[in-house]
Write a protein that binds this ligand. Sequence first.
Ligand code: PMP
Length: 424
Amino acid sequence: MNRDKDNALRARALQVIPNGMYGHESVRLLPECFPQFFSKAQGAYIWDADGNRYLDFMCAYGPSLLGYRDERVDAAAQAQALLGDTLTGPSPLMVELAETLVEMVDHADWAMFCKNGTDATTMAMSSARAQTGKRVVLVAMGAYHGAAPWCTPIPAGTLAEDRAHIRTYAYNDVASLEAAVTEAGDDLAAIFASPFRHDAFIDQELPQPAYARAARELCDRSGAMLIIDEVRAGFRLARGSSWTALGVQPDLSAWGKCFANGHPISVLLGSDSCREGAGSIYATGSFWLSAVPMAAALETLRIIRESDYLEHSVRLGERLRAGLDAVAGQHGFTLRQSGPVQMPQIMFADDPDFRIGYGWAEEMLSRGIYMHPWHNMFLCAAMTEADIDMTIAAADEAFAALAARRAALEPHPVLVALASAMAH
Ligand code: PMP
């Protein structure tokens, strides 16, 4: 695949952007052949800067729920853009959107809009502390809640003090959660949980009902706030709160990524149990109340309520999982496929340093399928059965190619350096 334009852009970026790129969308930790820059997208497909097309199983790391440039959502956004976007105050859409979310999400009595997932999780933490007057916040070990100093996984530039009262427990482990709550004594402000365990580099875990119930009970007993971080999984598992299926309602939930189908908006939803705390914190941002993303969100939420986007994604996800397992087996590979089928994590058995996974991702990319070797992926509603069948056919070839070069596979150098830095 031609990479001339991507390579030229990377060289220019190195001059004017630290390291040429930052954060999770840097390709530093991806196989070398992965493009850094993309020029366009449509439906389930993205095109890199050199014009190569890929079926995109990352969906912009979550925001593309219905497919890129969904006509219905973009028409609503464009209609609002003709009226105005970032104004001296919010548009009437803000109230309608808050009402819509309060209607759709069981525990929610109110909404506060912001821009990124980190804004919403950080506001959740501050609101819980303001409500309870307490300091300690429990997060699951390895869980990602954003890039602010209190939660960033790479501590450079932060102080120990930034996370002085952030403590960890093990996801799905009731005893560990209880121990962390006991340790917090009478200073517990909040427990954070994601809808399921979707940490990078490991098999995904669905939440055990006993864990979800224990989190609720421990909060009730101590007066702490239960916070669900729905930023990644929200509206991909259910048309409302992800833990409603388990009979557990949080006090607060943080949403972002997909509920405006890629338009930039996030939201903190809360119940009356935390209304006062949320109302007391100072929260704002120049672009938080922009009207265009709100118009996009209203239309995306209508489609979420009225279409079979979710069932469609699950059907395709099941087809993909079964198909990949079958072709992997034919070539002597055993996959570890975990998580909900519509948010799959795909790794390999007997692949501790990810060399097989990286090799496979390379082979898939060269066949026009963009898959990630260690981060959960996403299906979008614009994908079709034909897309899935094409993916399985590409995988068949990719496994054959991989089997042929298996002995020569090597671990990714940056990943090795990172793993060793983390081990020390
Ligand atoms: N929480 C979770 C669970 C996430 O997956 C993310 C983003 N990957 C965030 C919070 C932070 O969201 P953002 O990058 O929009 O700030």
